[in-house]
Structure formats: structure tokens, C-alpha cells
Ligand binder design. Structure first.
Ligand code: PHE
Length: 367
């Protein structure tokens, strides 16, 4: 992954968002970053990533990029939240009391921010972690009431990806049938695992890869399918490549290697830069924009936060990501542009509409 080695200052200078809160957690040596990218549609909300980064700057960089992604995600699904994300850049994996302490102090920080940012689960954090944070602050986008105890957004995200994948198959092959299709799932974590199960249950052939080879193997024993080495993913022949791990995996080095017709996965920030969407188009590969296809978890939790309690309604809304992508693919094809561009135009429309003040009675407005 290209990392320019920028400083905190340079990273923030080069960012188009609103505010960044930086804390250093002395007891654990953790850098805490809260990035608020945009609040046009509502208070910022987005997951909390806990990871060991080679340098804290990379944690900040992740937070900034992920927060921007959340702005796009909320706008694409038209829910009243702004883009935000947090990163807990831990010096080493934290467990037990140490982890709990950090989560409580992070919760206290959210409390001081008075709801300007609401957190949720992301890579490296669990539903239990969210419950821990929620013991000190109400600014957690949680799903209580649908099920006892903390709920995992992963299966909702997987459902959206599955429906989006079918929409992409239909666009490319004229049929959304998974039988006879090979789907390579890269990363069998919280989202990749349920996604692979859905693909297998629908008759698709799965190929699994994970940096933790044992994890991929264990899942293959359960659902069938082959396991490939993490470093063999890009050149592996398949119909659908589903990146469900870290970001920036679509870049000038990997795109020429791809042997698939569709990229449809859950990872955030799959493209290293927007130009990679054009590169994919030139190679004849249909790319489902990440911030649309992976919005299922955010959507379910956002709706829940807004008072929706019916599991069927939540699932139906998340499954609607398929139709959202059908429109984006058609729109893009008609204009001869990339699906990324079509999705971005939708986001721009939604944000512009929300930013336009409704005309006041005396026609003066503003103030
Ligand atoms: N982390 C999720 C994502 O990247 C978003 C999320 C938001 C999850 C709020 C739970 C609650 O899409």
C-alpha cells in the first residue's frame, strides 16, 4: 500500500473534511483519532477501527479516508447522518482490563464531543466493545431491541454485498444466478464469512483467501470451496472478486492482474485513487462502488438508531442496495462513465439538496 510518509499536519492539510480530534491515551500508548468529514445531512456517525499501525500517521490517514467514505455512504443511502470515523491506533493488541480502560476513555471523549460523532463497530472492534463504550456514553449507534445483547452489523453488510453482487452479475451476464459462478472472497472476517456462506448457499462456487490461512481453511471445511494463498488472490481466475478486508487493494499494480468480470465486496476504500475506477472500466471489469455495496451495516444500524425495530423491514431495506446498484450501473452505462462516477453524482445531488436552504417566507433566508 502506498504511503507517502506524510506528517499529521500534512495529512490534515490535504484533507477536505471538517474537524479532527486527536488524543493520546497515556495508559495504553494509543493514538485516538476522531475524524468528522461532513455534517450536511446530520451528526457524523461511523465505525471505530482498532488496529496496530506501523506508525500513528497511518492510523490518522485511515481515519480521514474512512470518514470521507462514510459521508458518501450515508448520502448514497439517504440517511440523515454525516461522515465520521474513529481510529484507535493501539501499540499492540489490547485485551482485558487494558482494552476496557481504553474503551471507557474513548467513550468519555465521545461524551465530551456531545454527539458530534457517534461510533459503531468496524474492523478490530466487536459488539462487546460497543457495549463497553455504551456504558459511559450514549453516542453509540447501536442495535438494541431487535435481539438480546449487542448486535453484529457484519451479516447486514454481507446481505447488502450479496444483493449488490447479484445486481452486478445481472448487469454483466443478464442473469443474477450464482450457480456456475465462482466468487473469490478475500478476507473471511465479520463480513466475508457470512457473505461466503450466502454465496455457497445460493449455489455459487467459493474461493477463500485470508491472511490467516487457518481461518480460510476452517470456513472451507464448513461450506466447501477452495482456499488460495493471500498473495495469489489478484491473478486468480473467477467471475466475482469480493474484497472484504483492508482498503486500497485496487491500484495500478493489482488491476492489470485481475481475472474477474465483477468486483463486488465489502472493504472500505477499495480504490487507491478514483482513477482506478477508470482503470477497471478500461479492463472491462464492473466495479460496484464500495460505499454503496457495503452500506448494509450502516444502513441497518442507522435505521435502528432512527427507531426502526422490525427485523424484516431492516432486511428488506438492506436488500434494496441491489436495486440501488442496478440504477447506478444503468446510469453509468448510459453516460459511458464509471459506476464510481455515477454513484458520486448521486451523492453530490443528495448533499447539494440538503445544503440548499429552503426559501424563507420573506425571501431573505440565511442567518
Ligand atoms: N463500520 C461500518 C461501515 O464501515 C459502519 C457502521 C456505522 C457500523 C454505524 C455500525 C454502526 O460501514
Amino acid at each position: 500500500m502506498a504511503f507517502g510518509g506524510e506528517s499529521f499536519l500534512e495529512l490534515i492539510q490535504g484533507w477536505d473534511g471538517r474537524s479532527v480530534v486527536v488524543n493520546y491515551d497515556q495508559p495504553t500508548g494509543t493514538w485516538i483519532f476522531v475524524a468528522i468529514h461532513d455534517d450536511t445531512l446530520g451528526p457524523a456517525a461511523g465505525g471505530c477501527r482498532m488496529m496496530v499501525y506501523p506508525r500513528p500517521e497511518e492510523g490518522l490517514r485511515d481515519a480521514l479516508r474512512l470518514a470521507r467514505g462514510m459521508t458518501y455512504k450515508w448520502a448514497a443511502i439517504e440517511l440523515p447522518f454525516g461522515g465520521g470515523k474513529s481510529v484507535l491506533a493501539v501499540p499492540r493488541p489490547l485485551e482485558g482490563e487494558e482494552r476496557r480502560g481504553l474503551l471507557h476513555r474513548f467513550g468519555a471523549l465521545l461524551e465530551r464531543l456531545r454527539g458530534a460523532y457517534g461510533t459503531g463497530e468496524d474492523l478490530g472492534t466487536t459488539p462487546d466493545d460497543m457495549a463497553e463504550i455504551a456504558s459511559v456514553t450514549s453516542h453509540v449507534v447501536q442495535m438494541h431491541g431487535v435481539q438480546d445483547g449487542p448486535v453484529d452489523p457484519g451479516p447486514f453488510t454481507a446481505l447488502g454485498v450479496f444483493e449488490g453482487m447479484k445486481a452486478a452479475l445481472e448487469h454483466v451476464y443478464g442473469s443474477d444466478e450464482l450457480t456456475g459462478r465462482t466468487v473469490l472472497v478475500q478476507g473471511v472476517g465479520d463480513v466475508g464469512r457470512p457473505l461466503a456462506r450466502m454465496v455457497a448457499a445460493a449455489g455459487g462456487e467459493v474461493v477463500l483467501a485470508d491472511v490467516d490461512a487457518d481461518r480460510a481453511f476452517a470456513l472451507s471445511v464448513e461450506i466447501g470451496g477452495r482456499v488460495v494463498k493471500a498473495e495469489e488472490v489478484y491473478g486468480y481466475p473467477c467471475d466475482v472478486y469480493a474484497p472484504c478486508a483492508v482498503g486500497a487493494i485496487l491500484n495500478p499494480e493489482t488491476i492489470p492482474l485481475l481475472e474477474c468480470s465483477v468486483v463486488a465486496g465489502s472493504a472500505n476504500n477499495q480504490l487507491e485513487s478514483d482513477a482506478d475506477a477508470e482503470r477497471l472500466m478500461q479492463r472491462g471489469i464492473l466495479y460496484a462502488p464500495d460505499f454503496v455495496i457495503n452500506a448494509g451495516g450502516a444502513m441497518a444500524f442507522g435505521l435502528m438508531h432512527l427507531g426502526e425495530r422490525e427485523p424484516e423491514t431492516l432486511e428488506r431495506r438492506v436488500a434494496g442496495i441491489g436495486d440501488m446498484l442496478r440504477r447506478i450501473f444503468t446510469d453509468a452505462a448510459e453516460r459511458g462513465e464509471s459506476p464510481l462516477r455515477a454513484a458520486q453524482r448521486k451523492v453530490e445531488r443528495v448533499l447539494a439538496r440538503a445544503a440548499t436552504p429552503s426559501p424563507s417566507v420573506d425571501g431573505v433566508g440565511g442567518g
